[in-house]
Design a protein around this ligand. Sequence first.
Ligand SMILES: *Cc1c(COP(=O)(O)O)cnc(C)c1O
Length: 386
Amino acid sequence: MNSRDRLAALKQKNELRQLTPVKRLASGQLLMQDHAGRPLLDFSSNDYLALSGHAELIEQSRRFLDKAGCGAGAARLMSGDLAMYHLLEAETAQLKGREAALLFGSGYMANCGVIPALMGRHDVIFADRLNHASIYDGCSLSNAKIVRFRHNDMNHLEELLRRQRGKAGALIVVESLYSMDGDRCPLRDIVALKEKYNCLLMVDEAHATGLFGRRGGGIIEEEGVTDRVDIAMGTFGKALGSYGAYVAADRPMIDLLINRARTFIYSTGLPPAVIGASLAAIRIVRQQPELRHDLFARVDFFKAALRDNGLTDLGPSQIVPILIGDSGRAVRIAQLLRDQGVYATAVRPPTVPRGTARLRFSITRHLGREELAHTATLISAALRAS
Ligand SMILES: *Cc1c(COP(=O)(O)O)cnc(C)c1O
């Protein structure tokens, strides 16, 4: 099949994705080209704490840019190992309560680098079915055997561990907060299983870093299992408002990754401006827990408004899913909301399993109470109308 036919087939299935250029306003609203200049409320950003436009991030970013220029110029194992990376790694390790940390170009690159660095063709990886695509791509690159367990189903995981653990290396990989459903993994149970079956455990905290735990370290911190998780991974591109990613672990693990993670070894270091912003973000997260408390007050307010409109099953986090089922209906409702000034994404296969298309509302500190209440009313009207 040529590209044209393949695109037509995607369109037929309501699975065609298209780019839509936007302009981000300081208010957190979006201007989309095809919307006649009318701003949309953005319910699909991961800028949860509204740090991406924070004055301190911008100032630090500028300062690092002025001081060190635009690009790192080389990979870190060549001549690109800027001292500022070590500073950010030390701050990140502290935030995560671990001995050491290592920066990656992005979360996607971290997952694609770490997993093949640890697992090989004789090993087995136990992965939650709803894990992010970057985790699955990392698993594929490792050539290890991939065993998927039903989402958050510990009985299934244990059954698979019993049958498939084998004698070689084994890794369990999960997310602490799932990006499409906004639900959390049963982390303590997973830690117990990883110890019982002697596996490594890797936890992706992309949507939890900066939001949970006393220090803002994430759900691993909140659950009190910091030293029992072998590899904690997360991104600077979501709640931290910047770009890039980290892995936190003990020193030998980090030293091994420096030697074995190909997406680290064969890629240029992050730009100085990005490092400045990430450093500022970590400091804000540690010093201003009131930001995350304020976010969750808004989340609670939005869910209460949805419940007043008869909606239930809204999940435990800042990512609020509304299950629709059929992809076509999800797209129609998303469009209806967009026509009324609300931008939320219809999440469809292959991102989620077939028949479980949903609308996903991600709450950020850009969204005020009035806007949240108004949106809840629009959602329930749109559900009734389609
Ligand atoms: C967003 C995300 C990533 C990728 O992080 P980037 O820094 O955006 O590349 C990895 N894992 C999960 C669970 C994510 O949600």
